[in-house]
Design a protein around this ligand. Structure first.
Ligand code: PMP
Length: 453
């Protein structure tokens, strides 16, 4: 049963009560009240295919997650200052998925917090402050990690670049300095780290480390050429720094062939950061590191997080990882990803506005371009909004916001994939070389500058 909810009233209240930089997706925002697997339902019970959200990794409203959460809340929910088998069980499950040298877990409440902690660990271990990171990256919303998130600090009105941060070009072999036809491109992109290291040293910051989304997602669903990260890590380590893999977007089986993105690269990070999908919607972040780094950090004050590693969080986190294994979701990501990529490649052949299709498992980007090959924010926006009109939710990313981001829960099925491809073909047919003007219903109702469009 659905109570009638006035979507426009909720929107109006939201505009009144929340800050203007809290953005909404889609020109005509959606209100979602229920979910099931990779499906969502609006205020009228109308279904939407969720082809965007990576947080409900094992599906929306998974009955096993509901059951462990309810069970634990009935018993008690406390913190890591008391013994509880759920905490160690969760740690052991995570560690079973990681290389042996990563043996110490920290539990926090978000990807942001885990990256913030990663910065502290890197500095405690190395005694240095400087960080190298790819351009257009995102690692979270706090003061510390905004400083290593070029996507935010370089945005209009952003805080700007700190002098202890050096940016390197994203290893994007579609648009970047070294293309896919260059067999040396992984090493050439990695070599761009050399001047960054020198700059940090000459400014007296030293090199605390390198942090990167293993596959840059906010930067445009980029898959760096194989071997890029190991080559970078070698240089960073030689300079005394440690290497941090932000696996918030790529981890836990999404890539199909790999449980973590760094496996594809053949890289061996010193710190792995997990977030978003690991709680399937419950706020949860995890950092895993080496014994030596944990010991350096332990020379400082006690580390404690009130909610990080709560009994409830640990039970949910472990259940998510168990479900990925038991429902063979990594394998599903591989199969459905391959089906989607094959269909997208067909579309790429048929529509010139598809400049590039790239992806691995259910981490996929489709770059939309104008007839001259330049990034087309306009086409991307049109396609994303028209897909929403057809009740298929996908996102957009990249420095020019021209890359469709397809990143569904791992439960997606063959029929859903076929529907995405069928509808996308219809929408691309509407586009031709230039998209028709979108009808901004919502903006017409609220006037220009309402903050939503
Ligand atoms: N790292 C990456 C790669 C992310 O995509 C995000 C969130 N989009 C974060 C960190 C921050 O996670 P959270 O929003 O849970 O703090």
């Amino acid at each position: 049963r659905y109570e009638p909810v006035d979507r426009r009233k909720v929107l109006e209240q939201r505009l009144n009560h929340f800050a203007p930089n809290l953005s909404l997706t889609y020109d005509e925002p959606v209100m979602l009240l229920r979910g099931w697997k990779h499906h969502l339902f609006d205020e009228w019970g109308r279904p939407y295919l969720d082809a965007y959200n990576n947080v409900p990794h094992v599906g929306h409203a998974h009955p096993r997650i509901q059951a462990v959460a309810a069970d634990q809340l009935k018993r008690m929910n406390s913190n890591t200052r008391y013994l509880h088998p759920a905490q160690v069980a969760f740690a052991e499950k995570i560690l079973s998925k990681l290389p042996d040298h990563l043996e110490v877990c920290y539990f926090v409440n978000s990807g942001t917090e885990a990256n913030e902690l990663a910065l502290r660990l890197a500095r405690a271990h190395t005694g240095a402050k400087g960080m190298v990171t790819p351009d257009h990256g995102y690692h979270g919303n706090t003061t510390g990690v905004i400083d290593i998130s070029a996507y935010k600090f370089n945005a209009p009105g952003g805080v700007g670049q700190s002098d202890w941060v050096e940016l390197v070009e994203v290893a994007d072999d579609y648009r970047g300095s070294f293309g896919r036809d260059d067999p040396e491109r992984a090493q050439k992109f990695a070599d761009l780290v050399d001047p960054a290291i020198s700059a940090l040293k000459s400014k007296g910051h030293g090199v605390a480390g390198f942090i990167a989304e293993t596959f840059p997602s906010v930067g445009g669903q980029i898959i760096p050429p194989k071997g890029y990260l190991p080559a970078v890590y070698e240089k960073i380590r030689a300079a005394g720094g440690i290497c941090i893999a932000d696996e918030v977007q790529t981890g836990l089986g999404r890539l199909g062939d790999h449980y973590f993105g760094f496996e594809h690269q053949g890289a061996s990070p010193d710190i792995v950061v997990l977030g978003k999908p690991i709680g399937n919607g419950h706020p949860l972040g995890v950092l895993v590191t080496t014994r030596a780094i944990a010991e350096s950090f332990a020379k400082g004050p006690e580390f404690f997080s009130t909610f990080g590693g709560s009994t409830l969080s640990c039970r949910i986190g472990k259940e998510v990882l168990d479900i990925v294994d038991e429902e063979e979701l990594q394998d599903n990501a591989r199969q459905m990803g391959a089906r989607l990529m094959a269909g997208l490649r067909d579309l790429e052949r048929d529509f010139t506005c598809l400049g590039d299709v790239r992806g691995m498992g259910l981490f996929i980007g489709v770059e939309l371009v104008a007839p001259d090959g330049s990034e087309s924010t306009e086409i991307c926006r049109y396609v994303k909004n028209r897909m929403r009109d057809h009740r298929i939710l996908i996102g957009s990313e990249g420095p020019h916001d021209n890359i469709l981001k397809i990143r569904p829960p791992l439960t997606i099925e063959a029929e859903d994939v076929d529907m995405i491809l069928h509808v996308l073909r219809a929408v691309l047919t509407e586009v031709g070389d230039a998209p028709p003007a979108p009808a901004h219903d919502h903006c017409q109702a609220h006037g220009a500058g309402c903050g939503c469009c």
